[in-house]
Design a protein around this ligand. Structure first.
Ligand code: DX5
Ligand code: ZN
Length: 223
């Protein structure tokens, strides 16, 4: 499975988001990660579907909305109409995760479940085979620039073993605290999609960081 890089605009300059997305695409990013926060599921506020609609006109790579909101199902149609290609909703926020995953899939979206660091992955064992990807939070959601919680690495490895054991091919994405220094061990743990905000957009030359991340991936994928 090829490993993907998904820059998170949460740490970009909010006056220049389209520019940041285009720069990321040109540097080789595979997806643009847009964090949607409602001030309830997480204490902070961030972006909505209008941003996705604007970015959609600027980049060709898929836009991935990470919904950190209560009642995520009420927003699925809005993000679909705005042009998101990937959508992840939190297991902790959905009372009917099966219905909501299929609500996304029936629209043709890549549908994923996001899981907070403290939520056991066993809670999604029955829905796993229906997912297009899993998003494991490696920090508590709400802010960029936090340090990866080391205990989440056990979950990555456990999930990878489940996926392999069932002969499934489901990408494992992680979100939070990804750096150029920890990517290698995380690839070994089983990560196939890296979301990264502060590491990329906190740097004076974000494109160079994306290129370096691609180099780490390439060196790790060699036989
Ligand atoms: C956090 C967000 C992340 C955030 C990651 O709640 O979901 O996508 O941008 O930030 P970094 O990579 O800075 O830890
Ligand atoms: Zn995110």
């Amino acid at each position: 499975m090829s490993i993907m890089i998904a820059p998170s605009l949460l740490s970009a300059d909010y006056g220049r988001l389209a520019e940041a997305a285009k720069l990321a695409e040109e540097a080789g990013a595979d997806l643009i990660h847009v964090d949607v926060m409602d001030g309830h599921f997480v204490p902070t506020l961030s972006f909505g579907p209008q941003l996705v609609a604007s970015l959609k006109k600027e980049v060709k790579i898929p836009i991935w909305a990470h919904l950190m909101v209560e009642k995520p199902e009420t927003f699925i149609p809005q993000f679909y109409e705005a042009g998101a290609g990937w959508l992840s909703i939190h297991l902790e926020a959905s009372q009917h995760i099966h219905r909501h995953i299929f609500q996304m899939k029936e629209l043709g979206l890549k549908a994923g479940i996001a899981l907070n660091p403290g939520t056991p992955i066993h809670l999604m064992i029955d829905i796993l085979k229906d997912l297009d990807f899993v998003l494991l939070m490696t920090v508590d959601p709400g802010w960029g620039g936090q340090t990866l919680i080391e205990s989440t690495r056990n979950k990555i490895r456990l999930l990878r073993n489940w996926i392999q054991g069932q002969r499934l091919k489901i990408p494992i994405a992680i979100d939070g605290g990804v750096t150029l220094d920890n990517m290698e061990i995380l690839i070994d743990d089983g990560v196939t999609i890296f979301v990264a905000g502060a590491t990329i957009f906190g740097h004076e030359d974000p494109a160079s960081v994306i290129k370096k991340m691609k180099e780490v991936v390439a060196s790790r994928q060699k036989p």
